[in-house]
Design a protein around this ligand. Sequence first.
Ligand code: SAH
Length: 243
Amino acid sequence: MNTQLLSADKDPMGAAIADYHRHGKAGKLRVFSSQFDEDEIPVSLLFRTYRTMSPLEQTALQMAEGKILDVGAGSGCHTLALQEMGKDACAIDISPLSVEVMKERGVRDARHINLFDPHFQETFDTVLMLMNGSGIIGKLENMPAFFDRMKQILRPGGRILMDSSDLRYLFEDEDGSFLIDLAGDYYGETDYQMQYKQVKGSPFDWLYVDFQTLSLYAAECGFAAEIVKEGEHYDYLACLQMK
Ligand code: SAH
């Protein structure tokens, strides 16, 4: 697994988050992919509050308990909501500019850490991975390494709350037939590259995973998976617990 941190000159999302935090507005956060057309992430979306979060996210925050790790915390929106609920959360991100903003926004424990860095040895009762949290796993072949890492990080009885989407709708024809090359790569494996103003990041892998595939890997790695809640568009919140 990649255990690197971003540097500030290769941190477009962090630059967008910092601009929005300081000026109340930001330019275009552009997203490129070899699978999809160019797109944009509205930067305000990264600053959602409990009230403007999706029901899946609100449920995850309600369920989070004990010592909580918010993985890939971005602007800190989930950790800030957890703090308001009186919960104990640690926010980590590989983006140096995001971590700075989190501290300025009042996140009490914000750290510039990669989830997969083995030097990070604290343990948690809840690991939160939200906004297609499975993305950080990158590729299906990384699933065993991901679950191994979770075995180090989770306390006994601890659980992972992760959201993802089944991308099959992108490949479904109007008659319901499924246009996927079954011999090819898994259809939820994507790659992205972001740009904000002059700051261009490196390309990275980003995994969307359907619940059935996630539970198969989980079972193989000693975890039980259940769907906590389904969203409105092929998205879902999963709870994963060591068996
Ligand atoms: N959870 C936030 C941000 C989601 S974007 C929200 O819902 O708004 C995904 C975030 O994960 C980015 O900020 C990115 O820098 C971070 N990230 C990606 N890989 C990571 C890793 N291996 N360890 C920690 N953070 C990571």
